[in-house]
Design a protein around this ligand. Structure first.
Ligand SMILES: C[S@@+](CC[C@H](N)C(=O)[O-])C[C@H]1O[C@@H](n2cnc3c(N)ncnc32)[C@H](O)[C@@H]1O
Length: 228
């Protein structure tokens, strides 16, 4: 779990707990790409705080990109706005740190799959799934991306996990408990995070016929109950 130094620059956007935790995983002094930048708060903060010498603010759609361009205008010399899908807007090596925040797990995995060059330990990934945290943990492990750390963050009425990952080539399938909770165990908010996962797992259990998978899910439910 990493925290961000506070800044007194009044022109900087205020980041909520989720984006603050994401910014904290971006390495100072490295060029960074904010994929799906939308409002541009994170891009503006990374450029305006001086944390990154160059920031690529990228989005699939022109309107969000325009919002980001306006927000980043005071630091236009350091921010490069690019329109397009995922990492296709970047040449390999242009950014060392890559943030993909606020998209579903499937979209994040699709973006990684479409850019095989990102499977390289030099890239520091900061991933903030909007949904299906477990699926992202599983998908990363199966592709050889190791979760270095996670930070639980409460924002807009729900818990997010902000994930810091890096490719190490160790492809594997983690156990179901790891998929559910990753590296969040024991952090402030862990009980509430488990409570947020609990109804989803109960709903999933309803659709299962008796058998080994149902038994495994029952085991996970009992573990979640023990943590809430
Ligand atoms: C919910 S917003 C998240 C904004 C910001 N990253 C955050 O976490 O607060 C999702 C943004 O991702 C963009 N987006 C969706 N799919 C994308 C893709 N494949 N490549 C780039 N941007 C994408 C959308 O246009 C939208 O602006």
């Amino acid at each position: 779990m990493t925290t961000l130094p506070t800044s007194s620059n009044p022109r900087l956007p205020v980041l909520d707990a989720r984006l603050s935790a994401a910014a904290a995983y971006v390495r100072p002094g490295h060029p960074a790409a904010d994929i799906g930048c939308d409002h541009g708060k994170l891009s503006a903060w990374l450029a305006g705080s001086g944390r990154c010498p160059r920031v690529f603010a990228c989005d699939l759609r022109p309107d969000p990109l325009e919002k980001a361009r306006r927000r980043c205008a005071p630091w236009a010399d350091r921010v490069d706005c690019r329109l397009g899908s995922g990492l296709e807007v970047l040449a390999p090596g242009e950014a060392d740190d890559i943030i993909i925040a606020g998209m579903g797990a499937e979209t994040i995995l699709d973006i990684l799959d479409a850019a095989p060059w990102v499977a390289d330990g030099r890239y520091n990934l900061v991933l903030v799934p909007a949904t299906k945290h477990s699926l992202l943990r599983l998908g990363l492990a199966r592709r050889g991306f190791a979760l270095q750390e996670e930070t639980l963050a409460f924002a807009a009425g729900r818990w997010y996990s902000v994930m810091n990952a890096r490719y190490d080539g160790n492809t594997h399938t983690p156990d179901a408990w790891f998929c559910l909770t990753g590296k969040t165990t024991g952090q402030p908010g862990f009980g509430d995070y488990c409570a947020q996962q609990y109804p989803k797992l109960k709903k999933y259990r309803l659709g299962l016929a008796p058998g080994p998978e149902a038994e495994a899910v029952d085991g996970l439910i009992r573990r979640l109950e023990g943590n809430t």
